[in-house]
Design a protein. Sequence first.
Length: 368
Amino acid sequence: MKDEDLLAFIALNFLRYFDGNFVQSLRLKSLLPGDLLSTPSLLKSFTSSEKVMAKWYEVLSRGLHLKEFEACKNMGIDLLAFGDESYPSSLCRLSNPPLLLYWWGNQKTPGKAVAVVGTRRCSNYGRRIAGLLGIRLGREGFTTISGGAFGVDEACHEGSIKAEGITIAVFGTGVDQFYPAKNGPLFEKIKGRGALVSEYPLGTKGMPWNFPQRNRIIVGLADVAIIVEAPLKSGAMITGRIAMEHGIETWAVPGRIDEGVAKGSNLLIFDGAYPLVDVDSFVYLMKGSPQGFLVSAEEDKLAILSPEEGQIYKILRERGDRTVDNIAGECKMTPASVLECLGKLKLHGLVAMSGPGRWVINEMTEGE
């Protein structure tokens, strides 16, 4: 794309009035985006809003688009304009695709991607499932996409990073505004292994109305969307609705019917979302396994364990809740070696802590 066309997109994006469909409107009038810079009054053909026109002239007179272009160039942020070959084609499925994307990171395309979203105030169960999804999908080469918030989003991103996978965070702020600020270290890791993405200009703060709007980008970048936990009135519920309305394959993790954090996700299942009842079977389906949910995920997991890890897993399976010292005595291993093995088993999603210093088989593998 020519620089003058990209500069026009940057200037238009400051208005927060046009989306990607505007490009088709330009084509119908045989105009290029850059024509709006050489003849600013042409924009009157596309809006009757005096406020929009006033903002348009202000952006151009102050050179905000030029400053933004230089800032992104200096920071290494890619600008992806609708219609350009670098723009993710999957976003064209949306009824209102973003006009411009700020893309900051080492991963330039989403690849085969799964959106994993949920409430900030998730249960321990929801956090554990989100983390396991991040690990398993990351290990199998899938990109995970989420919103960088506390709770489910954070757990999924961390799981992908732990598995050395690729993860993308879509912001409701400018990509240079880390929100929540406490997740700054996490965002730096995401930028290194994946990307930070936003449609908002640099410096945009976290306004409440921005986040529901950005949710469409999360699912638009993905091939499949998973709602882990969602109250009835929540951003995650909005995300699930957007995915289903746009024909994007949608899954939801079933939850207890008496818990508020699961009422929305349970309702999505009632309305047609697939119930995600087993993480490993879901991954098999994503990989194109003809067996799907008939796959025994436990056998697949156990096959990659070391003899020591297998021995510890067998003891926990047969004898239940054990302390590290219990396991060390029964397996004739040092406590340090036991802790190392338990850490690896936890990474595989096979064991979990039941209390301080106590370990059990992960409830998600029971009954497999």
